[in-house]
Ligand binder design. Structure first.
Ligand SMILES: Cc1cc2nc3c(=O)[nH]c(=O)nc-3n(C[C@H](O)[C@H](O)[C@H](O)COP(=O)(O)OP(=O)(O)OC[C@H]3O[C@@H](n4cnc5c(N)ncnc54)[C@H](O)[C@@H]3O)c2cc1C
Length: 288
């Protein structure tokens, strides 16, 4: 197996275009290296992105652009991101351990498309766009289309992800992230990201993303629409009903040693309920 360490993205793109599916991109190696060790992946070549300048930048300006090589830890501790999009650092803080977060990159996390990853739920709430490049040019991919199924993304064999961007949500929006896993290090059995914004006593913005329960992380768009405009008191009183609606809509289909479909359904219900209750309570306390 050959290892290439190009200095520029153009060189990396040329290599990927020439070597196609025989070459794997290497970012932090947290997922790929274990696969190589176990011979579950046996590529002819690795293309490391580690020497390419500018792929690990975080730029904040009415939103954010984040390079694919930005580590999960750098996002977690970024003061700018905590201000403009607190859900992303929050979800990143749930990833594994400090060691994995310090090595693993946001690009690698998303491209690996593993069920139960944490950052995708935040990127879904933010309606992020994924930027990919190939010899054919640049392509913007909606985060909603990026993960296609278990360990499968929409990327073509010759494409490399260079980063993500999103518009900042309203500064008054508040977020919660609930992850259920066996141990702190583990991937989520179910994970729920919720964003709400209240105007007066009404919920005027509601976003709910669920991961870990099926082939791809998803937004619960029907429940978001149905509960939009709900008075604060009703939302608090009926948070369990919203949880029910979300669980029915996302229809958990994954059953494994960590939990059945039914168990995952209950976790989704509980996660939405807890998230809504705590967000509504903190808003109610703030406005008196
Ligand atoms: C012990 C352990 C616990 C973990 N727990 C969690 C957890 O709780 N939550 C969670 O979200 N994640 C968890 N992970 C997964 C971890 O977050 C990912 O391994 C990591 O983020 C992958 O990023 P990487 O940079 O290491 O990618 P790599 O391992 O380098 O690459 C992963 C895959 O993506 C491809 N790839 C990488 N970068 C690009 C790119 N820019 N363009 C195209 N393809 C690319 C590679 O070819 C490879 O197929 C855990 C991992 C470990 C080892």
């Amino acid at each position: 197996m050959k290892l290439f360490s190009p200095d520029t993205i153009e060189e990396a793109v040329e290599l990927k275009s020439r070597l196609g599916s025989g070459a794997r991109v290497l970012s932090g190696g947290q997922s790929l290296v274990p696969l190589l060790r176990q011979r579950l992946a046996q590529p002819d070549a690795l293309i490391s992105l580690g020497r390419i300048a500018g792929l690990a930048d975080i730029r904040v300006n009415g939103g954010a652009s984040i390079g694919a090589m930005t580590t999960v830890r750098a996002i977690e501790v970024s003061p700018e991101l905590r201000k403009v999009a607190p859900i992303l650092p929050l979800a990143c803080s749930s990833v594994a351990s400090v060691h994995v977060r310090t090595m693993g990159t946001i690009g690698g996390n998303l491209c690996h498309a593993e069920v139960g990853s944490d950052p995708p739920q935040a990127l879904l709430l933010l309606d992020a766009q994924v930027d990919a490049v190939s010899a054919r040019g640049h392509r913007g991919i909606s985060i909603h289309d990026f993960v296609q199924g278990y360990f499968t993304s929409v990327l073509d064999d010759d494409e490399i992800v260079t980063g993500f961007s999103f518009t900042a949500p309203s500064p008054s929006a508040r977020f919660s992230y609930k992850k259920y896993s066996l141990r702190a290090m583990d991937l989520a059995i179910a994970a729920v990201g919720v964003g709400v914004d209240f105007v007066g006593d009404r919920c005027e913005w509601l976003r709910i993303a669920v991961g870990g329960v099926g082939p791809r992380p998803v937004r619960a768009r029907q429940a978001e629409a149905d509960w939009h405009g709900c008075p604060l008191n009703d939302l608090t009183r009926n948070a369990g009903g919203l949880g029910e609606d979300v669980a029915r809509e996302v229809e958990p289909s994954l059953s494994d040693v960590f939990g059945s479909e039914g168990y995952r359904r209950r976790l989704v219900r509980a996660g939405v309920k807890q998230a809504i209750e705590s967000l509504a309570a903190s808003y109610a306390e703030e406005v008196g």
